[in-house]
Design a protein around this ligand. Structure first.
Ligand code: UD1
Length: 345
């Protein structure tokens, strides 16, 4: 029988792409989402792409323990991929209580419900933000985490530690929890069908949605935050990972857990391309591949930005048998196709 994977936050940007790839790989997927940061656009897109109209959908808040526990009562869950969290760095600085409560309580509830139901495999959606402003580049999973500069980043570090501790405490018991944290670098792009993609509410904080919204005319001008950094062209360096490649990494990690291939009961993998790209290079590539001119200007540095971070992906390549495949051109073309598709809705 197909194994059941619960995707919390499955109606969101990354969750919807992961749902598509899990179904393609033969898993049964249950989606839970409280719709706090998305509408049904992506879930409807998932149904169209997969041709599946019967994906179980629970509109619940993972901060509601009763609702999460009931879901586990009703469904025989083999693995959970936990995305349900707030993710805006600046907002987390302004509203730390809201961020800590939401991101920590929802994850604790998932873990407790999983433990109550005989244990489970848990994949946590972590972030390169846990490395902070490190100078050891590229970062490996062994690179020490540095103190985070935001409550958002703190919640990622804390959830990693909580997962590790729960795995340790339940190891060898009747209710073992096994865990993997995937540390994503900068997820961008959209599904090649243009039926699912990133749907930021309000003014986007992240670079690529700001670019596509400027190109379509929703924003007047993109600001490149700083061109006086110590990099080849003065703009910051990041590791932009295509969202479909990222989704496939989740399938590889879930299969590793469900097929009993883990080497440790708690594992961590960097998920990126391993190739740094500057903001300017990304903007240039977007213009070139989509054959348009973007209205942009150089603006002051954005507080809190790290100058450069990119991944050493050797561990994910070797252990998960996974590698980023889509080119930056394909990814940026997909982001633009998604924005244009949205404009027609
Ligand atoms: C942030 C988070 C990261 C999270 C990611 C995706 C931190 C430090 N970073 O990454 O954890 O996973 O968002 O949600 O917690 N830029 C511009 N103009 C813009 C927007 C961005 O020049 O309008 C530049 C930024 O200065 C940066 C790069 O583009 O150099 C990428 O920025 P962004 O997309 O916001 O991602 P990060 O800050 O790297």
């Amino acid at each position: 029988m197909a194994k059941k994977v619960l995707v919390s936050g499955g109606a969101g940007y990354i969750g919807s792409h992961v749902t598509v790839e899990l179904i393609a790989a033969g898993y049964e997927v249950i989606v839970a989402d409280n719709m706090s940061n998305c509408d049904l656009t992506c879930f409807e897109g998932v149904k169209k792409i997969t041709g599946r109209d019967d994906i179980p959908f629970y509109e619940i808040d993972c901060c509601d323990f009763g609702a999460v526990n009931k879901l586990f009562d009703e469904q025989n869950i083999d693995a959970v991929i936990h995305f349900a969290a707030f993710k805006a760095v600046g907002e987390s600085v302004a509203q730390p209580i809201m961020y800590y409560r939401n991101n920590l309580v929802s994850f604790l509830n998932i873990l407790e419900a999983a433990k109550n139901h005989g244990g489970c495999n848990i994949l946590f959606s972590s972030s390169a933000t846990v490395y902070g402003e490190t100078e050891n580049l590229p970062v490996t999973e062994q690179t020490p985490r540095l103190p985070s500069t935001s409550p958002y980043g703190n919640t990622k570090q804390m959830c990693e530690d909580i997962l590790r501790d729960v795995v340790f405490a339940t190891s060898g018991s009747d209710e073992p929890v096994k865990g993997i944290s995937l540390r994503y670098f900068n997820p961008i792009g959209a599904h090649p069908s243009a039926l699912i993609g990133e749907l930021p509410r309000g003014v986007p904080n992240n670079l690529v949605p700001f670019i596509t919204q400027t190109a379509i005319g929703k924003r007047e001008c993109l600001s490149i935050f700083g061109n006086d950094y110590n990099t080849k062209d003065g703009t910051c360096l990041r590791d932009y990972i295509d969202v479909v490649d990222l989704a496939k990494a989740h399938v590889a990690a879930v299969s590793r857990m469900l097929d009993g291939k883990m080497k440790e009961d708690y594992e961590i993998f960097n998920i990126g391309t391993g190739k740094p790209l500057s903001v300017q290079e990304l903007v240039d590539a977007f213009e070139k591949v989509n054959n348009l001119k973007l209205n942009y200007k150089i603006a002051p540095r954005r507080p809190g930005d790290v100058v450069a971070i990119w991944a050493d992906t050797t561990l994910a390549n070797e252990e998960l048998g996974w590698k980023a495949e889509r080119s930056i051109e394909e990814t940026l073309a997909s982001a633009w196709a998604w924005e244009k598709n949205l404009a027609e809705k």
